[in-house]
Every structure is written in structure tokens, then in C-alpha cells.
Design a protein around this ligand. Structure first.
Ligand code: SF4
Ligand code: SF4
Length: 269
């Protein structure tokens, strides 16, 4: 079963702009990303809804970009911004629903037809229930995009929970229990909050940037660290940990394990 509700703008506080390049910087902290979006929103708010003016504004914004993209394959579009007055919903400022009917997406980094039809792998790889759980647990413009686009992370967290419960961890059930849902949110929020992940300039989640700027999957070098593989390691990698020794790896595993146990405890309460 694949997702049937709209993954990009599901509502309830969740919204995503990952494929428009939202996080495609070495510093993709909430603060840095929010500043970038605010700057683009402010600049484009004053531009008349005409293609020539938007092309020019887009060129200006690209030239003023705060840093080079981390992965060259993922373009960073200057037309992404906050589409609501409260600045809690990320989205395309050039979309006809935002501009009052004029489609200005051709002024961005892709053609409008690409923006209209693109679906990321999460559409096919997450079940409807998994995607709904992420939406409900991550009702937040910054966290939602980080989690919904990381299929291995979502699956890995739920797999660890099933092992801990020695039984199924059905998203439908998790969503019904407020304390379990709060614990799930804290577990998913590790994407933002996990400490001591270092400042490796080439690591983004479970990917490394190769010499050409392309993302390549990472693994744990068990031989070098002198440890055996553990079920937590997929999630550890998705969180962006690149442990240099066994102690660092053990610490990251323990962090993940403690959050999984917290969800299990909340379910049993
Ligand atoms: S990364 Fe996926 S969920 Fe996010 S906006 Fe793009 S297509 Fe939608
Ligand atoms: S124009 Fe396309 S790539 Fe740019 S923000 Fe809009 S949807 Fe994303």
C-alpha cells in the first residue's frame, strides 16, 4: 500500500519543501533554514506576479545564496518560502494557489511541469499509515520534511519498536495513544536534537557527498571500530552519526535504544 493523501502539504502543521532544496546545505539547522526562507518570502512578496519580474528576483536570490548546495543533484530553488502569514508552512511561492492563479514556477530551478508532477520515493515506499504517523507526530514545517523524506529512518524506528514490543507496532494504534505519540515525536525529533553528531562537512543523514557532489550511502566500518553490527545502526546512520570509535557508536546506539524503550513504556502504561 502506498500513500494516498498528499505527502507534500498534508496539513495539520506539516509541510515539506525538501525536493526544492530546503535542507541541501551543510548548515541545515532550523535557524539557518528559517532565515533563508524568510529572506526569500520577503523579497518575493514585493514582486508583481509577472514572469519577467520573478525571473529577475530569482536570479538575484540565487546570487545572494548563503552557501553552495551540499549535493549538486538536488537543486536549491529560490522560490521556496513561507506560504502563510504565521511562517509555519513551507511551500512554493510561485504556485498558482499562492499567487492567485498565475503559475510562476517556470521562474524557479525546474520547469513548472516537473514541479507539478514530481513525487519523491517516499510516495511509493512509505505506507499510508506510516506517512500519517509522521504527519501527526511531526506537525512542524522543519521536522516533517526531514522525517517524511527519510524512509529508512521511519522504517528503522518502527522496526526497532517491533523488536522491543516483540509484536507489531501499528501506526494506527500509536496515533491513538497521546503519550506514545509524544514519545514517537521525541524519537523522530532526534533528526533535529540528537547531540554530538560532529561537523563532518560531507555527511547528510545516511549519505556522504562524493567528490562530484553526489550523495552515496554510508555504512559503519565495523572492522575499523572493532564492533559487531547492531539493529540500531540503520537509525544511527540516518541521524547523521559518523562514529570515529566504538565509544561514539555505543553512545549513539544507546540514545536510539532509550527512545525506542520510552515509546514501548508509554504504550504499556
Ligand atoms: S520531498 Fe517528497 S514530500 Fe517533500 S515536497 Fe518533495 S515530493 Fe513532496
Ligand atoms: S518553483 Fe518548483 S522547485 Fe521552486 S519552490 Fe516551487 S515547486 Fe519547488
Amino acid at each position: 500500500m502506498t500513500v494516498s493523501f498528499h505527502l507534500c502539504q498534508p496539513g495539520g502543521g506539516a509541510s515539506c519543501g525538501a525536493c526544492c532544496g530546503l535542507y541541501n546545505f551543510r548548515d541545515h539547522s532550523r535557524l539557518a533554514v528559517a532565515e533563508q526562507l524568510s529572506m526569500q518570502t520577503e523579497r518575493l512578496r514585493r514582486v508583481p506576479w509577472e514572469a519577467s519580474a520573478w525571473h529577475e528576483a530569482a536570479r538575484e536570490l540565487l546570487a545572494a545564496r548563503r552557501a553552495e548546495p551540499m549535493f549538486s543533484a538536488v537543486r536549491v530553488c529560490p522560490l521556496l518560502g513561507f506560504v502563510d502569514n504565521e511562517r509555519k508552512q513551507v511551500g512554493c511561492l510561485a504556485h498558482p494557489l499562492v499567487t492567485g492563479g498565475t503559475d510562476l514556477r517556470d521562474c524557479g530551478v525546474y520547469r513548472s511541469s516537473v514541479c507539478e508532477t514530481f513525487t519523491c520515493p517516499s510516495f511509493g515506499w512509505l505506507t499510508d499509515a506510516q506517512a500519517k504517523l509522521v504527519q501527526v507526530a511531526c506537525a512542524d514545517w522543519y521536522l516533517y520534511g526531514l522525517v517524511i523524506t527519510d524512509v529508512e529512518f521511519v522504517r528503522g524506528c518502527l522496526r526497532l519498536l517491533e523488536w522491543e514490543l516483540a509484536g507489531p507496532a501499528r501506526p494506527e494504534v500509536l496515533m491513538e495513544q497521546p503519550e506514545a505519540l509524544a514519545a514517537i515525536r521525541r524519537m523522530f525529533a532526534l533528526k533535529e536534537t540528537a547531540p554530538r553528531r560532529g561537523t563532518n562537512a560531507t555527511v547528510f543523514g545516511r549519505f556522504n557527498r562524493d567528490a562530484d557532489g553526489e550523495p552515496v550511502p554510508r555504512t559503519v566500518d565495523y572492522v575499523k571500530l572493532g564492533v559487531r553490527a547492531s539493529p540500531e545502526d540503520d537509525v544511527v546512520l540516518c541521524l547523521g552519526y559518523a562514529p570515529k570509535d566504538a565509544t561514539e557508536l555505543m553512545g549513539a546506539r544507546e540514545l536510539v535504544r532509550s527512545h525506542v524503550k520510552a515509546v514501548a513504556r508509554a504504550l504499556a502504561a
